[in-house]
Design a protein around this ligand. Sequence first.
Ligand SMILES: Cc1cc2nc3c(=O)[nH]c(=O)nc-3n(C[C@H](O)[C@H](O)[C@H](O)COP(=O)(O)OP(=O)(O)OC[C@H]3O[C@@H](n4cnc5c(N)ncnc54)[C@H](O)[C@@H]3O)c2cc1C
Length: 558
Amino acid sequence: MTGDPVRREVPDEQKLDVIVVGAGPCGITLANLLALWGVRAVVIDSEPEIYEHPRAVGIDDESLRTYQTVGVVERLLEDITQNTPIRYYTSWGRLMAHVEPSVRPFGWPRRNNFLQPLFEAALRERLGASDTVDLRLGSTLTGYEQDADGVCAFVEDADGTRSVLSARYLVGTDGGRSTVRRVAGIEMLGSTAPQKWLVVDVEDDSLDAPYSAVYCDPQRPVLMVPLPYGHRRWEFKLLADDDEVALSEPDRVLRELIAPRYPAGSLPRVLRSTVYWHHSRTAERFRDRRVFLAGDAAHLQPPFFGQGMNSGIRDATNLAWKLAHVINGHAGDALLDTYDTERREHASTMVQFATRMGEMYSPRNGVTERFRDLAFRGAQRIPGARDYILQMKYKPMPRYVHGAVLPYTGGVPGAPVGKMFGQPDVETVDGGRIKLDDALGTSFAVLGLHLDPETSLSPEAADWWRAIGARLVHVRAPRGGPGPEPGTRRKRPTEAANVGSVQIEDVDGFFRDWLLHRPGDEVIVLRPDRYVAAICSRNDLDAVTAQLRTTLGGGGGR
Ligand SMILES: Cc1cc2nc3c(=O)[nH]c(=O)nc-3n(C[C@H](O)[C@H](O)[C@H](O)COP(=O)(O)OP(=O)(O)OC[C@H]3O[C@@H](n4cnc5c(N)ncnc54)[C@H](O)[C@@H]3O)c2cc1C
């Protein structure tokens, strides 16, 4: 590329493994995940500081599970309000629905609110503990070239210094206007809505409304989200005859749009008001040979369902372990193709879903609105439909059919292969209660339900699992084995036998119930991202191991 420094050949051992372009939520998450596996990477960002105003305000349970893997979830939760309900109102003020998910299928609350600058700072701080991943701020990617051996990235620092970084792979997490996507020549498919929204953040908020709310008004739909530490987000649809520059001026926003919603004398302070267009677009490909797109660089959706950033975190969670396994020699390059196969379809589904939610928030007229109100209220009288709304079962969840998963061949319908696995609590051998993932390590996990998976594996197959960093896990029946004499404590598994598998106890009966419904499905293979790779009986475990080995297509290590 003209004006870029001259590329030079870099010996493989001096190359980075991965260059991550963009340290927004998606890039910093990917970098933290790569650090878990010792991948040598740099994440660059044009900006010298974290952007001071939030865009995203809602984080879901799937994302919190990713941060559990990273080891930073408790730190993030310090600044998060958990389990915020959401209410939907008609334009005449009637409550249509109060959505308050009470279940935690993945171990974490489903709807949570956060302040993006605090969140990003905690993730950057966490990355600071890594020996293998560096964060380089004030460095802009101006272009790159790739060939069969790697990628050369052309970078310009804030003081004008230019340099070249070489790596085996490059990931563009550089947002909606992605340079990486432009250089790769990848098109964004979809549309941009011909409507604008005014987004207003306030502080010193004293409104007694500890829930998110959507006012589905055909005239001017409004959204509000309570945020930690006395902040609140307001979003107002702009009308065709609004003067957006004049209306977004803080005093006027406060007077005309905010004040009518607060009791007299209790007005908050406007921190910022910004106009946004909402896009509904997905990249035509997420991979171009050694280059990948993730987050807003790969898909853009209206914020009506609070899933833009969460979708990007899903991308990072999917891509990170695949890159790490290929780089560490545990899998072949073809595994990286499954990133596009698995993520693009779901990202696009989420874009369409968020777009439809926006249409529901903006009924065309009073008749549409009344019809919608009746339908909503009617549905809530039917128990199944009520649960569907209240527990947010309408959220489109990924189910990977083609990719790094094996088709289920057992006989029980509804096998969750390709879906995110639930996360119950389990008990450790020293009697502690922990979340399942905390017992599984960071790679694959082979869970034997009420059996030790090692006893169903040939020595060679067990060695292969260990070589790729997998954990073999014996999930013991709740309070199984011989009981103690009265007045004594029961024997813990470590005292009972010298076994190679990790021992955990099914303290809440989650796996007991699984076996009651799915008697032959005694072994569950979980991927590092906690999606189910395979389900089988103990007799099929060697064969399933061989098939997964072929699917991953790798060797023993780097
Ligand atoms: C009003 C609004 C509300 C939203 N609410 C939610 C919500 O509640 N929940 C949710 O999940 N999502 C929400 N979103 C969407 C969410 O904000 C985005 O999806 C998310 O921020 C995207 O993260 P990202 O890391 O992919 O990209 P970005 O956050 O855009 O980060 C990209 C980074 O790349 C850097 N960069 C760009 N070009 C270069 C370059 N050439 N070289 C080096 N660095 C570069 C930028 O400086 C930036 O730091 C909302 C969005 C808006 C606008």
